[in-house]
Design a protein around this ligand. Sequence first.
Ligand SMILES: [Zn+2]
Length: 357
Amino acid sequence: MMNYNINNIEIVKGYTYLGVNISSNGKFSSHKDNLKAKTRRSIFATRKYLDFSKLSINTINKLFEALFLPILLYCSEVWSINDRDDLNSWEKDSIEKTHAYFCKLVLGVNKRSPNAGSRNELGRVPIRQAIDANLLKFWSYLENKTEESIAYQCLVMSKELNSDGKHGLLGKVNNLIKFYNLDPSQIMKNKHTLKTMLPDIKTVMRTKLEDHQKTLIQTNRKLAFYSKFKKDTNPSENLNLIKISEHKRQLVKLRLGNHTLRIETGRHTIPRTPEHLRICKHCNQNKIEDEKHFMLDCDLYINERQKLFEKIKNKFSHFTHLDENQKILFLFNSIDPLVSKATAAFIHFSMNSRKTN
Ligand SMILES: [Zn+2]
């Protein structure tokens, strides 16, 4: 207990004010855990009425931005001040993990599926753009307050902290300017009308986040196959063409390395099986069972593959003359409904026959 005037004040570890969990240690991890739990509950409640697997990518993204993001980022203008700017740390943050969790759920892949690939299929990147843009907007809002307002007085305190070399809102604004390579003089000059600059700032932010995501994809061994055909961060529109949910799910699982081919299961044996020993057990070719072997070579799926290639050849006669890599690019990037549907159906059927062999 401590005393203030004649009142006894209880000393507590945390206090909730306007929906924000304030901890005595000054950290916001319990608040973030709370946001994570609330967002998950909301996702589950929505899922009761809505089959996510039937929705287009565009609708999924709108749903996330309108329903779940506002819960997940509640009061981010305050808690994000303490977040580190580097994106690899951010990937481990419970807020970003909840974002990735949503992406995996709507795609129907499990938690072993890489976060970067799962976001990428939906054309999504880490949600830092919304967080950081909100923080800059909040700062500009405080700058516009009258000097006698409490909010402005807080800003003055933050400026003092900053000039003392201590971290606060102003420190964070400066960090963001550096991190996104923004022009500090332009930002300071326009601090009262920052809203008008925000669309351009958001574009710069998105580019930085896209580059980060592309690097993650190129360097993740699980996504070695994916990185061969997916070079951008745009939504994978071909997924929208597949109407049978289970076919779509099997296709996405193969694309994201979230399957049971030996190239993947060999990663989880104890001890870990070296890549060159993850040999296919379903044919006698003595080849590594990876996605390419499954799609183009393995004898187990020879009949089904013939049917697939025949269908495609009838519409796209040049397909037969493509080399292996070009065939993969064609099958996985085509936005032709026949190609997308037939490829997904092949994967679905072949994965099932693999299970029983
Ligand atoms: Zn094989």
